[in-house]
Design a protein around this ligand. Structure first.
Ligand SMILES: [Zn+2]
Length: 350
């Protein structure tokens, strides 16, 4: 895990306790079965010390990048460090907080996940490792999705062998702000099946997206690229999927997306409009999904961007722009040009 070390204040607030507690070390003492099973994202499922369920208890990173404990039977919603101690020892929360404060008194330096440090970039090496070690099969998969080597190398797309996921780093100004690890959709079904037989220690979590610890995902993907060059782009295409952005550039169409995905709570940040200011027209292409999250994507984004935004719907039968590209790679640039009524741009990101 990417961590920084800070001095522990003499009296930590509850929030500070939850952010700085070394939960892994404490839980490993209480539940020795977890020891050594942390893969940077979660521990294996082990017997629960409370309800005795045989494979119910595990630690994992929550959405906020902080570690939480779960038991699928008796702690389904997840336990922060304070709640974990209260749960484990049957303390009230105040006593549990004091317990953690006692722990912190003996530790002057505490490890803090990078997440809570304001906008500190990650080490670029994390992304480059995945990119540089990627094998031919991973590249083949990306080629099949319409990405070419030039853009794969430009965006430093890679493969994380431990996570069994493609890595899409968010690099802005030469610095790494986050990585999305995306499970190969073809593997998803295989893993769900294999999981039934696999030794617990070898198990891979089958969540589709995982973020690198400490990622700041609330940003635009390809933000530098759409502003690159001496002459502003005549247009850029806003789409939903990060991998499809790389595929669009590979076909000659400048594209970007929000890196955090289709986040309903924070669909757009007005501060991003300045990155688009020079671009004449923004084409917004929502996914064609039943249930209307695509409509939401399109209308929210178009509203935020203003009159330069034009919503463009995909032809029926295609789930998203990626599927449209993949339908026939040899004709993809021409079909995109016909659909968008736009020419592909030559010499993008040379
Ligand atoms: Zn339990």
């Amino acid at each position: 895990m990417t961590t920084a070390t800070i001095e522990a204040p003499s009296r930590l607030s509850w929030e500070q306790i939850n952010q700085t507690a070394d939960m892994l070390a404490v839980v490993a003492k209480h539940v020795p079965e977890t020891r050594g099973h942390w893969n940077g994202y979660m521990t294996n499922e082990v017997p629960c010390p409370k309800c005795g369920g045989k494979t119910r208890f595990r630690l994992r990173l929550g959405h906020n990048g902080l570690m939480m404990a779960f038991c699928s039977h008796c702690a389904e919603a997840g336990l922060t460090p304070i709640r974990y101690i209260a749960w484990y020892y049957d303390f009230d929360l105040k006593t549990a907080a004091d317990w953690w404060r006692d722990q912190h008194q003996v530790t002057v330096k505490v490890a803090v996940p990078m997440k809570q440090q304001e906008h500190k970039p990650l080490e670029l090496a994390i992304a480059l490792r995945c990119h540089n070690r990627m094998d031919v099969r991973a590249r083949d998969y990306m080629h099949a999705r319409g990405m070419n080597d030039h853009m794969i190398d430009h965006f430093k797309v890679g493969y994380h062998t431990g996570f069994k996921r493609y890595s899409f780093p968010l690099i802005i100004g030469g610095m790494l702000w986050g990585i999305q690890y995306r499970l190969n959709p073809k593997l998803e079904y295989v893993l769900k099946f294999l999981r039934l037989f696999e030794h617990p220690e070898r198990r891979v979590d089958i969540k589709r997206y995982v973020s690198e610890t400490g990622s700041h995902n609330h940003n635009l993907y390809a933000r530098d690229e759409i502003q690159d060059g001496d002459v502003p782009l005549p247009y850029a295409v806003l789409i939903e999927g990060v991998p499809d952005v790389v595929a669009m550039w590979s076909q000659g169409f400048p594209a970007f997306s929000t890196f955090q995905g289709n986040n309903r709570a924070k669909p757009w940040d007005v501060a991003w409009n300045k990155y688009l200011a020079e671009i004449e027209t923004i084409y917004v292409i929502p996914d064609n999904d039943v249930g209307g999250s695509g409509d939401f994507f399109a209308s929210e984004k178009a509203k935020a961007i203003g009159p330069r935004a034009h919503i463009h719907l995909l032809p029926k039968g295609y789930k998203d722009i990626g599927e449209f590209i993949m339908a026939d790679l040899t004709t993809a640039p021409q079909r995109l040009a016909d659909m968008l009524h736009l020419p592909p741009l030559k010499e993008l990101l040379q």
